[in-house]
Design a protein around this ligand. Structure first.
Ligand code: GLA
Length: 368
């Protein structure tokens, strides 16, 4: 009788009590020169994992996750202050990227017969949405269950792109240690959209990433020209330093005499993900041998930019005022392929009125 009763009480409690709680706390990160506040959202799950996201750039400021002994470390690169984030025009540490992640060749594209010219901010190309991309805007933030919702309206003609783009990005943390990014956008004129997040991961929390074991679920990648614009070819990775189908350290082949590695100053390429369906599927996995931390990236996007922090050269200060050095982090930027608006053979990044851009990427953490 007693056990039946207590089983009943347990069942009742399970239905009445909310699932293990993810808490969200809002505070002020800093003020912009015009006095407007930049908010910081601290999201913590039942296992102690903590993500901090600010409204400026929608930046993932820090992410603390346990190693194999339960020890928490911050596994993302960033700056110490808003002033430093605003002064940094080259790294995109932790930021949301839009309207178009990565490069558009010749800083222009044609859509429905009309040519749109974009800001030139990378050689002769337009990179990461232009000079004042989504990474340099103060988003509107509000708490939602499990995380934060950020919204931004980009006006018609903003950075040369057509259409008023209404964007909502949600960061949520789950109790099984996943950070989920959900992106939506709508437009009132045909346009192109390709949103991403530019977090620099260092799963050890220090040192370089050359011995991390990286797996990328891709049989092909998109080779680039000297300006890092895809040539249009989808190249088989077999027998090349771009074959990460089995766990491989980036350092094992990064210095090989290879024209593509030379052009990227290391890995800075888009992989063509092997996909079977429509939802989120495994894009990449990173295992850090010392801490045991594992990151798995799941996405519904067709590509991922694997970038080994080649342009970090110590001139930019990271957290604690320490120089951010080359190869001290890696990025896995889920995306449509670079320069898709100029490549009819690539999956289309066009968004039309009445359609909804809707994309999800999950960063799942564990330790082994
Ligand atoms: C992307 C690009 C790189 C570089 C970084 C930001 O990963 O592909 O070439 O511009 O962003 O520094």
């Amino acid at each position: 009788m007693r056990s039946i009763l207590s089983a009943g009480v347990t069942a009742l409690l399970l239905t009445v009590l909310p699932a293990a709680a993810v808490t969200v706390k809002k505070s002020e990160y800093a003020k912009l020169p015009d006095g407007s506040p930049v908010s910081l959202f601290t999201v913590t799950n039942a296992k102690g994992m903590e993500a901090r996201i600010m409204t400026w750039g929608g930046v993932l400021v820090s992410l603390k996750t346990p190693d194999r002994t339960g020890h928490l470390a911050d596994v993302v690169l960033g700056h110490d202050s808003l002033r430093d984030y605003r002064a940094d025009t080259g790294t995109y540490f932790g930021a949301l990227i839009g309207r178009y992640a990565n490069r558009i060749g010749g800083a222009q594209f044609k859509l429905d017969g009309k040519t749109y010219k974009l800001p030139v901010n990378d050689g002769s190309n337009s990179l990461h949405g232009g000079v004042i991309g989504f990474d340099k805007r103060n988003w509107t933030g509000r708490e939602v269950p499990g995380g934060v919702e950020l919204s931004l309206t980009s006006n018609d003609g903003d950075q040369g792109y057509p259409g008023t783009l209404k964007t909502v990005v949600t960061y949520t943390l789950t109790d099984d240690n996943a950070l989920r990014l959900h992106y939506t956008a709508t437009t009132d004129k045909a346009t192109v959209v390709n949103m991403s997040n530019h977090t620099y991961w260092n799963l050890k929390g220090e040192g370089d990433i050359l011995n991390n074991l990286v797996t990328i679920n891709a049989d092909k990648y998109t080779p680039v020209d000297e300006g890092l614009i895809p040539t249009g070819e989808l190249k088989d990775v077999t027998g090349t330093p771009f074959d990460f189908r089995k766990p491989t350290a980036p350092g094992a082949r990064i210095n090989q005499a290879d024209e593509q590695l030379k052009r990227g100053k290391g890995y800075d390429h888009n992989w063509v993900l092997n996909r079977t369906g429509k939802g989120v599927e495994l894009a990449a996995r990173v295992e850090e041998p010392t801490s045991g931390r594992v990151l798995e990236v799941f996405t519904d996007q067709p590509g991922v930019q694997f970038y080994t922090g080649n342009f970090l050269n110590g001139s930019v200060k990271g957290k604690g005022g320490k120089p951010a050095n080359q190869r001290t982090a890696l990025c896995l930027e889920t995306q449509h392929y670079p320069d898709s608006p100029n490549k009819a053979s690539f999956p289309s990044a066009t968004l039309k009125p009445g359609e909804k851009y809707d994309s999800t990427t999950e960063f799942r953490f564990s330790a082994k």
